[in-house]
Design a protein around this ligand. Structure first.
Ligand code: ADP
Ligand code: MG
Length: 747
């Protein structure tokens, strides 16, 4: 019986003798057969030190070796597995090294195996007559099949005869099955890893205990954890059908579903619990004492009528503010959907009842823009003030005194708002624009400025908070990354917006045409933005073909558009300089604004009708969409040119074409999430990103929704997990939950 049987030849070392704490899943990997000190260290370097961590080191791919081919059937290019016997071996000296060539064959023909760097000691194993199974890509060389650097399985007995085939499932990791391929780590081959995983699963899969309540598992017909993990490493065949490699790599098996669901479920439970907890905290209720009326009156003062989406948003926010618990709401809407007006109207509710509010924006330009809007749109009827790094000392002192006196005021500013000396007398409402540009700490700092203590009960009173984002967030992200927030979406734009003609420009001829269009717009008195990914060439090391804002501003001015005035704006300029350039562009003295992405947010110049983005392939779709939103704000129709490098790949071009096809930020966000993952949206919100290893927000949407619903129901029925059937889950959260919980903290 040449095949290794299960569970023999195992070492007798027992982890418990080693004083290892906790469950068997915490057993150090050194106890796994085949993991010596060296391999142990390699695993450690990847954060794998326990058996459980090892068992969840999942394959990156699979290879179907369920069918053994005959040598005679081998053709060029296929990845084949063949059972052969060694016939002879020779070493061929070649230019300072030695090629190892092994001749093998079955009854149908001969197959050469070649190594250009033969592992030491290997040659001694190729004794004539030895049966082996080889796997690798077939080449036909001088009419004969050969495999370079094949993978070899030794001790295979007579696999062609089908040892241990009674279940249809072979009892060996490497042959006659769908075989896992692991990412090599530090030169440790996939084959070695496979063997280690095989051993670990034989001995320790029992240690993978269930956290999911049985009821949920049964409800969705999901396999047990140990079974699922085992399947993902070594898919077993069921009935007659071998597991499909396609389904495996697409995570489309019940085993994958089990792990995906579990990840989502645990996450949703925690984030919803966090939300419930926040909803129980105290805040001041606003609206009944004139605030609501004040806000609605202010809305009437606007020079336009609110869209239905804006009205609904105002209602939702006013409703939240009227509760004695802190609002935690996210308002999302496409660029230009008019979130600012909604924010101001809601702030006026709080001011009308004698309290203070603060609006923090990520850039000075944006803060100033907001301040100007309060003056322009609301005729100063909203008592607002501006505080940035630029505010002169004297003005600043006066402002701080006003805050300390308790004057009902909306303070608009940059992160200057969260600096030490800024003290509010009664801050009850905080608003954060473009929230993804701020970190958790900055948002918390602003919130803390509005924290007070209830004199009678000693309990904390927190401010209401509203965060605004101009990057529409796909539903799945709203449920995960923002799952602790209530979400308001404004899905329509104010009427009368002109469509923006968008074009991806790659070749010389279309570049020429684009520039003609741009020149035509400028001649007609319109203005243009030219956006570059870099400020200057020195940033571009290694990307020397990239155009930089500084160089291109010069070139555009001197060579391309000498008859127009070109201005340059970027993040490294002094605030004064930036303000001067912006003012010049707003007044129309500058016709072409060359800039980096600092104009991404907040610039509002209705006369600008051209957005020309260079190296568009380097930006995310949502970011491009944001940039595009800078035009199409006036009564003239507008253009957006996405210049991309001629050698930009097909997929990138297709990605950019999404922008040609739609102006719906929500659709664009979905596409972006699919292509680039959640990082694009989260910014620095959660430094660690979302903790999903298996689950994919777009691919696995359905499971997310199920997990969400189940978590909601569970929190309603057994919030503290006291029922017997939920005890496994409770134990999990007690053990590991705090780690995850820390990651989730957003307030
Ligand atoms: P964003 O949602 O991108 O922050 P803004 O609040 O800056 O959008 O609004 C974009 C522009 O639309 C501003 O010039 C604003 O005055 C204008 N606006 C907002 N709401 C309306 C409306 N209901 N009707 C017409 N114009 C509006
Ligand atoms: Mg805005």
């Amino acid at each position: 019986m040449p095949l290794k049987a299960r569970s023999v030849t195992k070492s007798n070392r027992s982890p418990s003798n080693n004083g290892s704490p906790g469950s068997p899943a915490d057993t150090p990997i050194q106890f796994v057969k085949g993991v010596g000190p060296r391999l142990g260290a390699v695993f450690q370097s990847r954060g794998i030190s326990t058996v459980k961590e090892l068992l969840t080191f999942f394959p990156r791919a699979y290879e179907d070796r369920t069918r053994l081919l005959r040598v005679a059937d081998l053709v060029e290019g296929v990845n084949a597995t063949v059972a052969v016997r060694v016939q002879s071996m020779r070493k061929i000296p070649a230019r300072g090294r030695t090629i190892l060539e092994v001749r093998t064959g079955d009854e149908s023909g001969t197959l050469a195996l070649k190594w250009f760097h033969a592992p030491r000691g290997m040659e001694a194993r190729f004794k004539p007559g030895t049966p082996i199974v080889v796997t690798g890509a077939v080449k036909i060389f001088m009419g004969r099949p050969e495999i370079i650097h094949p993978e070899i399985s030794w001790n295979v007995g007579n696999p062609a005869a089908g040892d241990a085939q009674d279940t249809g499932n072979p009892t060996t990791p490497d042959i006659g099955r769908v075989v896992p391929i692991y990412t090599e780590i530090e030169g440790v081959s996939s084959r070695v890893l496979r063997k280690v995983l095989w051993e670990a699963l034989q001995k320790y899969s029992f240690a993978l205990t269930e956290d999911l309540p049985e009821t949920l598992r049964a409800k969705h017909h999901l396999p047990e954890l140990a079974k699922a993990v085992r399947f993902i490493h070594f898919p077993e065949q069921e009935n007659e059908t071998p597991p499909q490699v396609n389904d495996l790599v697409e995570f489309n098996t019940p085993a994958h579903a089990r792990l995906i669901y579990e990840e989502f479920f645990k996450f949703e439970y925690l984030i919803l619990r966090q939300r419930l907890r926040m909803e129980k905290q105290l805040a001041i209720a606003f609206g009944a004492n004139g605030g609501r009326k004040g806000a609605l009156d202010l809305a009437k003062l606007l020079p336009f009528e609110l869209t239905a989406g804006q009205k609904k948003a105002v209602e939702e926010i006013l409703n939240d503010l009227s509760q004695p618990h802190p609002m935690n709401r996210l308002i999302q809407g496409d660029v230009g959907s008019g979130k600012t007006a909604v924010a101001f109207i809601s702030a006026s509710c709080v001011l009308a009842e004698g309290y203070q509010a603060a609006l923090m924006a990520p850039t000075e330009i944006l803060a100033e823009q907001h301040y100007k809007t309060t003056q322009k749109l609301l005729n100063g009827r909203l008592n607002a003030a501006l505080l940035t790094g630029k505010t002169p000392a004297a003005e600043r002192a006066t402002l701080l005194a006003r805050l300390a006196s308790g004057e009902p005021l909306l303070l608009i500013g940059t992160h200057a708002l969260i600096e030490e000396p800024v003290v509010f007398k009664n801050l009850a409402y905080i608003l954060i624009d473009e929230q993804h540009r701020f970190g958790v700490e900055q948002r918390r700092a602003l919130r803390m400025k509005g924290r007070s203590t209830d004199k009678e009960t000693g309990r904390a009173i927190l401010p209401h908070s509203l965060v605004l984002t101009a990057t529409p967030i796909p539903r799945t992200l709203a449920l995960t990354a923002y799952g602790d927030l209530a979400v308001t979406s404004i899905r329509e734009l104010p009427p009368g917006r002109q469509p923006i003609q968008t074009q991806v420009v790659r070749d010389h001829a279309s570049t020429q045409r684009a520039f003609e269009t741009i020149r035509g717009e400028l001649r007609a008195g319109r203005q243009a933005y030219f956006i570059y990914p870099l400020v200057n060439e020195s940033e571009a090391e290694g990307f020397t073909r990239l155009k930089s804002a500084v160089n291109e501003a010069e070139r555009l001015q001197n060579e391309v558009f000498p008859e127009f005035k070109v201005g340059l704006l970027h993040g490294q300029q002094k605030p004064d300089e930036k303000a001067k350039i912006m003012a010049g562009f707003e007044k129309g003295e500058i016709q072409i604004l060359v800039s980096t992405t600092v104009v991404e947010v907040g610039v509002d110049v209705p006369n600008a009708t051209v957005m020309a983005i260079q190296h568009a392939e380097r930006f995310g779709l949502s970011q491009l969409h944001q940039l595009r939103g800078r035009v199409g704000r006036g009564m003239h129709s507008s253009f957006c040119f996405l210049f991309s490098h001629p050698r930009t790949g097909e997929t990138t071009t297709q990605r950019l074409e999404v922008l040609e096809q739609t102006q719906d930020g929500f659709k664009i966000a979905e596409a972006d999430l699919d292509i680039r993952g959640p990082g694009e949206f989260l910014g620095i919100r959660q430094s660690g990103g979302l903790p999903f290893r298996m689950a994919h927000l777009v691919r696995d949407q359905e499971w997310l929704i199920k997990a969400r619903d189940d978590a909601t129901a569970l929190l309603r029925e057994d919030p503290d997990l006291l029922h017997n059937e939920n005890s496994t889950l409770r134990r999990f959260f007690e053990r590991d939950g705090h780690v995850q919980f820390e990651r989730l903290k957003t307030s």
